[in-house]
Design a protein around this ligand. Structure first.
Ligand code: C5P
Length: 289
């Protein structure tokens, strides 16, 4: 039996960092929203081993790949003696702040559970996901969510009425940003490092009303170090806002900038303008929220 699953990505509508923890991670509160741009994973049982292939040669297929690590964690936990063959078709930009790799890991856990007859409970999957990475548990579910702790404690939310009819326009500059680098350099920006708790909940309340009500609660603490190093990303935001976007923000640790704009036509026009202005070295996409 072969199982095929789509692996989505996300943007952070707010990423509010509250401080550095003794374990080296950062305490945060975030609102994550799924984005309907997908990688595709296929799963098959084989007699032994973990056989991972990927259509993008830039991505390692050994234990450096989160999907490989998810496979190891799953077969150990479920005491499976058979093996698994996985193919990953990569479409989501990497080191992009879109959680592509985290989504792949969560989707892999769900795929293994399907092909092996659901040996693991949702609670165990949640524990394995959190060990694989802070953003992985979010992708075990498919709704917008608020997450706390280091990002691994996830509470699903209903869809936001304010975003009805809106489109995400995403710009990837053609280079990635390393997440550990972004967090490390946040230390130079004490006010961004020590955010005020409660803003994520406030954003959720606003998004039950309107985008305008959200105002400055669309916020990302990691913009402080990342926009300083890559001013092009600030220029993207300015351009998006000048051309009709209701908001514009960096996602995660970057390098993707995203905007919200009302209606398909406006989104496509904005996408076209970005292409004209910034040329073919940037990747731009638009997708319904
Ligand atoms: O959890 P994950 O492996 O995705 O984290 C990657 C890196 O991002 C960590 O090694 C750490 O440097 C940083 N990070 C952090 N605080 C978080 C999440 C990630 O410092 N809450």
């Amino acid at each position: 039996m072969q199982v095929e699953l789509k692996s989505p990505c996300k943007v952070n509508l707010i990423l509010n960092i509250l401080g550095k923890r003794p374990d080296g991670f950062h305490e945060l509160e975030t609102v994550m929203h799924p984005v309907k741009i997908f990688d595709v994973l296929t799963f098959e049982r084989i007699s032994s081993g973990i056989d991972l292939t990927c259509d993008n040669a830039a991505l390692p297929t050994d234990s450096r790949n989160l999907v490989h690590r998810a496979a190891t964690a799953f077969v150990e936990e479920a005491k499976i003696t058979d093996g698994v063959k996985i193919h990953l078709a990569k479409r989501i930009p990497m080191e992009a702040g879109l959680g592509g790799g985290s989504g792949n890991a969560a989707t892999a856990l769900l795929g293994f559970n399907q092909i092996f007859g659901s040996p693991l409970t949702p609670q165990v999957l949640q524990r394995l996901a959190a060990k694989l990475g802070s953003d992985v548990p979010f992708f075990l579910q498919s709704s917008p969510a608020i997450a706390i702790g280091r990002g691994e404690q996830v509470r699903s939310l209903p869809t936001f009425p304010a975003l009805d009819g809106y489109y995400f326009v995403l710009i990837h500059p053609g280079f990635g940003v390393s997440t550990p680098w972004a967090y490390k350099n946040l230390a130079r920006f004490p006010s961004a490092l020590n955010g005020e708790r409660g803003r994520a909940e406030r954003l959720v309340q606003s998004l039950n009303l309107s985008i305008d009500a959200a105002g400055s609660d669309f916020y990302n603490s990691l913009e402080a170090p990342v926009l300083e190093k890559f001013p092009l990303l600030a220029i993207f935001q300015e351009f998006l806002l000048e051309n009709g976007a209701a908001m514009a923000l960096m996602s995660g640790s970057g390098s993707t900038t995203f905007a919200l704009i009302n209606g398909k036509e406006k989104a496509e026009r904005l996408q076209e303008k970005v292409r004209e202005k910034f040329g073919s070295s940037v990747w731009v996409g638009s997708v319904e929220v």
